[in-house]
Design a binder for this molecule. Structure first.
Ligand SMILES: NC(=O)c1ccc[n+]([C@@H]2O[C@H](COP(=O)([O-])OP(=O)(O)OC[C@H]3O[C@@H](n4cnc5c(N)ncnc54)[C@H](OP(=O)(O)O)[C@@H]3O)[C@@H](O)[C@H]2O)c1
Length: 279
């Protein structure tokens, strides 16, 4: 099943995240795709991601008969404050140039001419949006309008920033990618803004940001009823309330179990209980 953003572009309903995989990135991406994942998330940010190794995996998959066109590729522009000395662009250039250089370098790492989704890793400002955010967003709009990416998005946003972006942008984001905390009603406020605008909400660190729920007796009871584990209950719950989950698993077994979660059916009461479990 796919989720569709307001511009009509579909995204597979589960995404494989490549952060912190280091030299294992290429083999894990290949395993994820061979297990059934069709969407890959990365970033042009060497502190946390190995985008070029994702590209190696894509080449290897191509040789095994799985072409790039079968996959949904998402990467990010990471502002200089999220980079170390290996910044993939000239950090003294103007911001529009930084975005273009980072984008071109991503295309080269990933051996592709076009992305499915290009995401601003995070606003420059903590609250509201500032001059830098507007300049970077305008450069991303230019990439979208040129057809070199099918979607643009933003990550690590708080509600007021997303509202402001939707009001001021010439092109609204098609995706939002946020850390999803149960204690915030699974980012309820941001999700509602997304729903109102036809933006696809991607939730990351569903497990690592909510570890206590992996041992929660109520989640365990639901998992036992469904004959699965708490991690799969959380992934399926996320999908059933409209979140596109990312998984960062390094285990082949977990990849298969996570993909199987799409077949699970939680009751309305179970969904309601998990939605409010930390409120
Ligand atoms: N935009 C941003 O700023 C940002 C920030 C962070 C992450 N992300 C994206 O989100 C992706 C996922 O983040 P994450 O790694 O924190 O996600 P995560 O899937 O919540 O956490 C990964 C952890 O959960 C465990 N796990 C995964 N599936 C499991 C299962 N079925 N059963 C038991 N344990 C399971 C993994 O262990 P095993 O390896 O043993 O399975 C690993 O310890 C990243 O790779 C990245 O693409 C984006």
């Amino acid at each position: 099943m796919a989720l569709t953003a307001y511009n009509g572009v579909p995204i597979p309903s589960f995404m494989y995240g490549t952060a912190w995989k280091k030299e294992a990135t290429s083999s894990l991406v290949q395993s994820a795709v061979e297990s059934g994942f069709e969407a890959i998330d990365t970033a042009n940010q060497l502190i946390h991601y190995e985008e070029a190794r994702v590209g190696d995996a894509l080449q290897a998959l191509g040789e095994k008969g799985i072409p790039r066109e079968k996959l949904f590729l998402q990467t990010k522009f990471t502002p200089v404050n999220g980079q170390d000395h290996r910044t993939p662009y000239n950090a003294s250039a103007d911001l529009a140039t930084q975005v273009r250089q980072s984008f071109d370098s991503s295309l080269s790492h990933l051996h592709t001419e076009c992305l499915d989704s290009y995401v601003l890793h995070g606003p420059y400002s903590r609250r509201g949006l500032g001059r830098e955010d507007r300049e970077v967003w305008a450069a991303m709009e230019g990439l979208y309008e040129s057809g070199r990416t099918k979607m643009i998005g933003i990550s690590n946003v708080v509600p007021d920033q997303l509202v402001q972006l939707c009001e001021q942008a010439a092109v609204m984001p098609m995706v939002v990618q946020n850390r999803c905390y149960a204690a915030l009603g699974w980012d309820q406020e941001v999700r509602e803004i997304c729903r109102a605008h036809g933006i696809v909400y991607q939730g990351f660190s569903l497990l690592t940001a909510n570890r206590e729920f992996l041992v929660d007796p109520e989640i365990r009871t639901i998992a036992a009823r469904l004959g699965t584990g708490p991690a799969q209950v959380l992934s399926r719950f996320a999908m059933m309330i409209g979140i596109l989950p990312l998984t960062g698993t390094t285990s082949l077994q977990h990849m298969k179990e996570d993909l199987a979660a799409e077949q699970l059916e939680l009751s309305k009461q179970e969904i309601r209980r998990i939605e409010t479990i930390a409120l």
